[in-house]
Write a protein that binds this ligand. Structure first.
Ligand SMILES: CC(C)(COP(=O)(O)OP(=O)(O)OC[C@H]1O[C@@H](n2cnc3c(N)ncnc32)[C@H](O)[C@@H]1OP(=O)(O)O)[C@@H](O)C(=O)NCCC(=O)NCCS
Length: 154
């Protein structure tokens, strides 16, 4: 039996800066991707996301609505951003008033398989592989673990 509904997104309504490289098998829609960015395979970037210049997004990462990422950032493989905290004990079920935003500064590096809850991360921060970032990061440093903690100042 075939599924009742399927949808195919691909690349739709994206505002690309010059010199962007995009791999095959991506879903990019309604977002802005700045000059000289790299977007690896199996990445999804949702509506309204803004990514600055010269930022690299490695394969399998998911960048949801209400996320903005600065210039010269490195987003590792399989990094997951979150906008719905299940604040009522369950998914917001499309009620965007309950979603929260995330801001990533410039020159931020995020290790593979990190999960970024709705926070802001300052310029120059480094997030370790597998970290779960639950609070704002206001001082440049290396943060790792679940929940992410400062392990080294920079
Ligand atoms: C977080 C990170 C930047 C730290 O590197 P570092 O400064 O060289 O840190 P060290 O290896 O000296 O480790 C310091 C301590 O933090 C711990 N640690 C290191 N990375 C960690 C991580 N990702 N999560 C949890 N703890 C970590 C180490 O076990 C060590 O603990 P100890 O003091 O109890 O022995 C690095 O380990 C990392 O996760 N990099 C991400 C790389 C990545 O994902 N690249 C993607 C492209 S392949």
């Amino acid at each position: 039996m075939k599924p009742e509904r399927t949808f195919n997104i691909g690349i739709r309504d994206v505002n690309f800066g010059p010199g962007v490289t995009v791999a095959d098998c991506v879903n990019l829609y309604g977002c802005t991707i700045g000059e000289a960015c790299f977007i690896g395979p199996f990445v999804e970037v949702q509506k309204g996301v803004v990514i600055g210049k010269n930022t690299k997004v490695q394969s399998h990462s998911f960048i949801c609505e209400l996320v903005s990422i600065g210039d010269n950032c490195f987003i590792g493989h399989g990094v997951m951003f979150i906008n719905d905290l299940f604040s009522d004990g369950k998914p917001a079920d499309g009620d965007k008033a309950k979603w929260k935003s995330t801001t990533i500064g410039n020159n931020v590096s995020i290790g593979s398989n990190a999960t970024i809850l709705p926070v802001s991360i300052c310029d120059g921060a480094v997030i370790g592989a597998g970290a779960v970032v639950t609070k704002n990061i206001d001082l440049p440093g290396i943060y790792a673990g679940n929940p992410a903690r400062l392990i080294k100042s920079l």
